[in-house]
Design a binder for this molecule. Sequence first.
Ligand code: ATP
Length: 503
Amino acid sequence: PATSMEELVSLCKRRGFIFQGSEIYGGLQGFYDYGPLGVELKNNIKAAWWRTNVYERDDMEGLDASIIMHRQVLRHSGHEATFSDPMVDNKKNNKRYRLDHLVKDQKADVIAKVAEAMGQSAENFPAVVAALNANPAQASEALRAAGVRDPFSGEVGEWTEPKPFNMMFKTTIGPVADDESYGYLRPETAQGIFTNFKNVVDSTSRRLPFGIAQIGKAFRNEITPRNFIFRVRELEQMEIEFFCTPGTDEDWHEKWLEARLSWWEAQGVPRSKIEILDVPKEDLAHYSKRTYDLMYDYPTLGHEEIEGIANRSDYDLGSHTKNQSELGLVARVEENLDSIAKLTIPHPETNKPVVPFVIEPSAGVDRAMLAVLSEAFTKETLENGNERIVLKLKPHLAPIKVAVIPLARNKAELVDLARSIKNDLQKLGLGRILLEDSGNIGKAYRRHDEVGTPYCVTVDFDTVGKGEDASLTDTVTIRDRDTLAQERVKISDLSSYLQAKLR
Ligand code: ATP
């Protein structure tokens, strides 16, 4: 695995996985663009998630809802009032920080002092954050007493009392900009699932338990976007809302935890690198009854959230439904006089209308990419003493499945044959097959090691019957990325050989 974020960032830029957004104008903080290889890896991760969670189950449906949503949705979901992070300003230089990030970036002794002032142990950082977020006045005093420094200037700051900062992006809809004509870019894809609950139930005849899966962009105006694609303002999420009968929710919560850990394992992110955080009560999101955060051990950053698995109880459907008072809701919700729909489903035993409970596994695509890249990243010393960087990606995630390389790029005969082999392999539907006719063979191998191409197929003079050994006519060399073994295979066997290896 990678040992630092830096080596990942450098590989991603050098080989075309990820670029800074709006880079030619100096860049825009918190926005990234996925390059030729990044888009393939991202698509492959999303496809793997969809396959496991929609196609390979019998209790799931898919959805792709719109990004901009009616302001009433985000009002009744609770996001207008509570989707905020506490921030503090340094009065000395007007820099603004997210409270927990500010504390996390301090030296160990300062963190210990803050923890102590909050009546917590520094060992349990999530509890420190929860206490800071819950007690603004005490937090402000703790920052002062501990001598918390400004990460930008390095000097002890003069800190304001923490204030909530709403992270939603608001936008004007239509030609008139008045007080009513605005909507929000969704801060989570989940709300599109809740607002379509009735549509999906009515059009598919689903009964409890069942889930709806969605992959899409979400937007958060993070106070301090940072750590490459770990914390961005435009992100992508893979979310499931799994609806179940009240009372069965805790069981389903455990089942989903298991299912999700095993999915990560299949993507090359082992359980041993993921800590399960049972989120402290004080730190739960406004909708949550209980949440497990999967904390992956990122290079340089340490354990940080890659996925949250929340028990959202009947909070969301309960908040968005009409006739709330007749439905025996468990969650405490605000009155809703705007919704025109009753968001219930027949109880599987009594057949009476019930608002189901919801388990939500919510993973970030960007954070998934970072973890997958980090696990695949390998630096090896070869037998000849040379060092190579190789991305040992699972074949189903590799951006390029096979590179077909003519040994000499100025020999039309070799290039034409390589192109025709590429075209044939492309038809197998394995993903991207690349005709690699730039640079010499050594460079091509190095490049494909670094981008994780599982197999290179080389067309040489023997292949076209112009080499030393006539018995090699119509055969090519296949080089294995991980073992470096080279094998001679008949062109006519190539498809079945690669299909078996890349399935
Ligand atoms: P954090 O505490 O790191 O801000 P969160 O608890 O706000 O994350 P959730 O609301 O649980 O995150 O979102 C679900 C998932 O979406 C996260 O596990 C993460 O993978 C992803 N995600 C959330 N915010 C961002 C972001 N700013 N950049 C990239 N991915 C994000």
